[in-house]
Design a protein around this ligand. Structure first.
Ligand code: HSE
Length: 434
């Protein structure tokens, strides 16, 4: 039986999980890869007590792993977009296949990396980069390959989902839950990536490219995080039959694609509304298959390792069969001009949840509804709460039908200018996902 040699760069949360899964499940890996898959070299600044590195060459300089002529597959798990990029490009240059879970790197520099990989005829696999253990890349590339994908919408940041769930279900404070997510190894090194939606945007960009067959366009993704979500909005949404989830949404209409990440009200009757904690879930709508849902752990050591090792196995299997693993889908040539354009947020059409504080006086509601109606926006539901004792201000909560975002923003400005409205209007987009 042949042996395929693996070099792992990085021994953090995912790196240690990858070592452990490859070693513990050696028999399963061998059966699936039809060859021995052996870790021969690990590069890490320090050892990790969670891993057994006996019999494995260990270097403090990760580039030693790339240069090792015995290594067939370089697994990059150091994260970041600078050293990791150099490492991967060097591995490609040396004709090595690469497996990475680095979503930021793929989202921001993937076009360059895939072009280099295509030139050298090597594979860069990245299943672990999106939604941890959920094999969504494979689903889009292979299982749903017969479909024209219409849209996808996903909870693709485990930390954000964990925070929103704990706030909604247990009334816990934002900062306290974030600290716990960091301790559990879910959060990014810079947790603002999780909270402000950047991590989700990285993942959405990757999914959209595969789903719609277009180069990566991270720079064109509208991104809004969860840091402004207030407990009262989670409660009002629930009262109206919705949940608030932080969603990444990509939709194709003809040759236009919209890509956006933001908190979203979704009907509680949808299964995805009940995907809580660190779990991720992605709905994919294909023209042939219809609506599908994929769910699983979106972060963590071994769930992500599960995806990384699956990529290693795929490449090892082809090497064992003497095939040349190729880069499917994302390798666009340097001269490729995509027919797809990215839609601006002003053009977006969706429904909205609006919350405002109104002075408790006659005629306030009619002023609000008149503004909305002049912009062609109709109201689907409205709640007006009683004022608290000794208070003259009441919360007014509205759900609208679908409206063009540009018009909605104008309406919000006009509502905020009313003397009968105190402070700013809170607006959260709403998707029915049907
Ligand atoms: N910080 C990421 C998350 C890790 O919370 O989803 C997995 O990509």
């Amino acid at each position: 039986m042949k042996t395929v040699n693996v070099g792992i760069c990085g021994l953090g949360t995912v790196g240690s999980g990858t070592c452990n899964v490859l070693q513990r499940n050696q028999r399963e890996v061998q059966a699936s890869a039809r060859c021995d898959v052996k870790i021969v070299h690990v590069g890490a600044r320090r050892d990790n007590a969670a891993c057994n590195l006996e019999g494995i060459q260990v270097s403090r300089d990760i580039f030693e792993v790339v240069k090792n002529p015995e290594v067939n597959i370089v697994v990059e798990l150091i994260g970041g977009t600078t050293v990791a990029k150099d490492l991967i490009l060097q591995a490609i240059e040396l004709g090595k296949h690469v497996v990475t879970a680095n979503k930021a790197l793929i989202a921001e520099h993937g076009n360059e990396i895939f072009a280099a990989a295509e030139q050298r005829n090597v594979c860069v696999a990245f299943e672990g980069a999106v939604a941890g253990g959920i094999p969504i890349i494979k689903v889009l590339r292979e299982s749903l390959a017969a479909n024209r994908i219409q849209w996808l919408a996903g909870i693709i940041n485990g930390t954000g989902n964990f925070i929103l769930t704990e706030m909604a279900q247990k009334g816990r404070a934002f900062d306290e839950v974030l600290a716990q997510a960091q301790e559990l190894g879910y959060a990014e090194a810079d947790p603002t990536f999780d909270i402000e939606g950047i991590d989700a945007a990285h993942k959405l960009g990757i999914l959209a490219s595969i789903a719609f067959g277009m180069p990566l366009r991270f720079d064109r993704i509208y991104t809004e995080g969860i840091s402004k979500i207030e407990p009262q909005d989670l409660a009002y949404a629930k009262e109206l039959g919705y949940r608030i989830k932080h969603l990444g949404i990509a939709r194709r209409s003809g040759d236009k694609v919209e890509m956006r990440v933001h908190p979203t009200l979704i009907p509680e009757k949808r299964l995805i509304a009940h995907v809580d904690g660190v779990m991720n879930a992605i709905m994919v709508m294909g023209d042939a298959v219809g609506s599908t849902l994929y769910s699983g752990p979106g972060a963590g050591s071994e769930p992500t390792a599960s995806a990384v090792v699956a990529d290693v196995i795929d490449i090892a299997r082809e090497l064992a069969l003497d095939c040349t693993p190729s880069v499917p889908h994302l390798g666009f040539g340097a001269d490729y001009v995509s027919p797809i354009t990215i839609q601006t947020m002003d053009e977006l059409e969706t429904s909205y949840y609006l919350r405002m504080s109104a002075w408790d006086r006659p005629g306030v509601l009619s002023e609000i509804t008149q503004i909305l109606s002049k912009q062609g926006i109709s109201i689907e539901a409205l709640i007006q709460k009683e004022p608290a004792e000794d208070q003259d201000i009441v919360p007014v909560i509205l759900l609208t039908n679908r409206a063009v975002e540009g018009k909605m923003m104008q309406a919000i400005q006009q509502i905020e200018a009313l003397v009968s409205i105190a402070g700013q209007v809170v607006s959260i987009r709403l998707e029915h996902l049907d």
